[in-house]
Write a protein that binds this ligand. Structure first.
Ligand SMILES: Cc1cc2nc3c(=O)[nH]c(=O)nc-3n(C[C@H](O)[C@H](O)[C@H](O)COP(=O)(O)OP(=O)(O)OC[C@H]3O[C@@H](n4cnc5c(N)ncnc54)[C@H](O)[C@@H]3O)c2cc1C
Length: 333
């Protein structure tokens, strides 16, 4: 499992658990749910109950909660829309923070720049930019994440240029600076130069992201809207946007002419299912949850996809979706 404070995952001091319950309730007031099922917070609709699900009401509550959890060695993860997560069905003995209150969803303009809080949805961000006649974020249309999740993942698309060539564009190309909180609860700004971004990856994992300034470009609304329509049409025509999924399951492999989706499709896996987990008929790199798919069913399907692509093409697929599992899953699996 990837994430912050992972090294302490099995070190949580559970003897003082009821004190932790009381204290965390005191810090986050109404924004605490105990044993909250994460399947309600992921787009694929899978995920077990987490010990503490926190929605701090403001920055001070967030900072105090982070400080307290860190000092008590309670592992802490942040969730956006859960649109890139595959989470075990088992119980998760840690805390998850969701920045969904108003103070984490601010958006405002200064010159050709927009500040957006981490909890802002990508659709809201693109619409706001368009309403301000500011272009270049249109490629984010139809990606169902938040600003925070998109920065961590360096979300983006492969666009087709006028000459027919393909180009990867991602949110990192818009970033001026990012406001973060570290595990001691302190806030700071990271300039673009202090951050490295890769294909669906970033160096931001150790932080809680609070918001960012993005540099955009003035343009007529009509042109911006036209591009938003084009990006959405492309997505609707090629991706599974209706049934629950976690987006692309595997990254496109490096040094390979075919995308992960093409490789899986050529293995004739479209429509193949295990239980309620199915390889999408619309896009072979999507796994959909037809109703009550389990974590283990999705993992088993991923293994088959990976093994068949390796057998047929000698290409090793790497998950794009972030997997939260625990030791029990390892021993089961
Ligand atoms: C139908 C569908 C289509 C998709 N299409 C695309 C696409 O075209 N391109 C693309 O790149 N992706 C795509 N995705 C994947 C996904 O939407 C993106 O990766 C998105 O950026 C994830 O954002 P999120 O808010 O849902 O993050 P989550 O899935 O909730 O989290 C992703 C990671 O970010 C971390 N995180 C989230 N918020 C914060 C924060 N505030 N501070 C610190 N860490 C944080 C989480 O801990 C986790 O590590 C698609 C997904 C679906 C379901």
């Amino acid at each position: 499992m990837a994430g912050w404070l992972l090294e302490n995952f099995y070190k949580m001091n559970i003897s003082n658990i009821s004190q932790i319950d009381d204290k965390i309730r005191g810090i986050c007031k109404g924004g605490v749910a105990l044993q909250e099922p994460l399947k309600h917070h992921t787009t694929i609709g899978i995920g077990g109950a987490v010990s503490y699900f926190l929605s701090p009401g403001d920055m001070a509550q967030l900072s105090e909660a982070v400080k307290f959890l860190s000092s008590n060695r309670v592992p802490l993860f942040v969730i956006g829309r859960g649109s890139n997560l595959l989470i075990t069905d088992a119980e998760l003995p840690f805390a998850v923070i969701k920045l969904k209150e108003a103070c984490f969803k601010n958006m405002y303009r200064s010159d050709n720049k927009i500040f957006a809080g981490s909890g802002v949805g990508l659709g809201e961000f693109v619409n706001f930019a368009a309403s301000e006649d500011l272009a270049n974020s249109e490629f984010l249309t139809g990606i169902p994440g938040t600003i925070g999740g998109a920065l961590i993942m360096n979300a983006g698309v492969r666009d087709v240029m006028d000459d027919g060539g393909k180009k990867d564009i991602s949110i990192s190309g818009l970033v001026e600076k990012i406001q973060v909180m570290d595990k001691t609860g302190k806030m700071r700004w990271l300039s673009r130069q202090e951050i490295s971004f890769g294909y669906r990856s970033s160096s931001l994992k150790e932080y809680i992201l609070l918001g960012a300034w993005f540099v955009l470009c003035p343009e007529r609304k009509k042109n911006i809207s036209e591009r938003m329509r084009r990006f959405l049409a492309k997505k609707s025509g090629s991706q599974e946007l209706v049934l629950p999924s976690a987006g692309c399951i595997f990254k496109n492999p490096k040094n390979c002419e075919m995308s992960a989706g093409e490789l899986i499709e050529r293995c004739k896996l479209k429509g193949y299912s295990i239980g309620d987990a199915q390889v999408s008929g619309a896009h072979a790199n999507f796994i959909i949850n037809k109703g009550d798919a389990s974590y283990q069913e999705v993992k088993a399907l991923m293994n088959i996809m990976r093994e068949m692509v390796l057998d047929k093409f000698g290409v090793e697929l790497e998950p794009e979706v972030e997997i939260w599992e625990n030791k029990k899953d390892d021993s089961d699996g």
